[in-house]
Design a protein around this ligand. Sequence first.
Ligand code: PMP
Length: 448
Amino acid sequence: MNERPSHLFYQGRQRRPMLDQARGVYMWDVDGKRYLDGSSGAMVCNIGHSNENVLEAMRRQMEKSTFGYRLHFETEASEKLAAKTAALCPEGLNRVFFVSGGSEAVESAMKLARQYAIAVGQDSRWKIISRAPSYHGCTLGALAITSYDPLTKPFDPMMQPMPKVPAPRAYLDGLDPEDEATGHHYADMLEAKIIEEGPDSVLAFMVEPVGGASTGALPPPRGYMERVQEICRKYGVLLILDEVMTGAGRTGAFLASEHWNLEPDIIVMSKGFAAGYVPLGAMAAHERLVEAVLDWGGFLHGYTYAGNPLACAAGAAVIDEIERQGLVQNSATMGPKLMERLEGLMQRYPIIGDVRGMGLLTAFEFMADRGSKAPLPKHLKAFDRFVNIAYEKGLIVYSRRTRNGVEGDHIIVAPPMIVNDTHLDEIAGMLDASLAQFTDEIRPELDK
Ligand code: PMP
């Protein structure tokens, strides 16, 4: 993690170890150190690394063609993946548009929704309501519906402000997430916002069914998603589900929306959809929307690399592997076992203030005091420090500090869906050792 000179740059100055190879749930750096990929990268490598069947499907496609521009050729690979995706989506969402990542998928959904409104004579609708905090991507459109101060603030003058409603963080508000009244309390804030903005101006509500990077594996309170859907229908507001992180089995169903039998207008996916083998994302839209837009004159949107045959072949092979190995079921079975281990750690480490999740998308949040739910002081940089300690012990986890009024550091634990009990014990063991070291290190600073 030293600083070494390089032409490459991403976020900060801190460098990371050089990756050599990865197999299954493990990764090795060039010095031979082994890591357990406890967060599947950024909740991406759902089927594990270097799956031989996916590599073979990619090899076969590469020998045929690696590029066919979508306005010149259709390919069997993109047709096949579109059909597989549609079959896994809720009724009616049978038109699929491919992109190269989550932000592109979100942008595509925002623009399809807007064009649909125009096509059906509702030009006045353009506002997309989302939640605070939330993360929907880093391009300027997706950023406008993202609510995560450190990432959005500098770009505010360049973006169209979009309305936000509070994310349902029942655990912070002292409400019971199992009580339907809690779900309705948060969903009703959406209705109030639609009325405040003027229903004729509201185009869509964009929501992650289980909150990811911004809120740390936050399942909705009981009754929330169903009520949200009802409210959207009542006001003619499109429901767009951002399943970039939750899709492809991560929460114990192929799509998280299945947990509540939702019938959204659009679903966007990426991350686990191609499981890190290639850059790929998808927007699945209701045929009603797509037909209206095509009748109007066509969708004014598209990326050069969209529908790339190599990416689509990899995506189709990933879905095949998820089905062949029963990985959605494994995510549903192993998720609660992982949660049990995290809850065990919470009993032993008072610094953990909350444990939550769904399927193999789980998280714990640090708190200085469980009673008052006070977060750890910002200057401790807990999220960064904990990740580095775990890294040294050979465990990769994903962490963020949530902002937007309520501060808190959460650590996401979301291993590949191929994990077994032994892997979970290994993860819990390394978390235990990391928590012990972390607590020792920060206690004197906390007591100051
Ligand atoms: N939506 C959600 C829910 C995400 O978690 C992410 C990525 N963290 C994105 C969109 C953006 O995806 P990408 O980084 O692939 O552009």
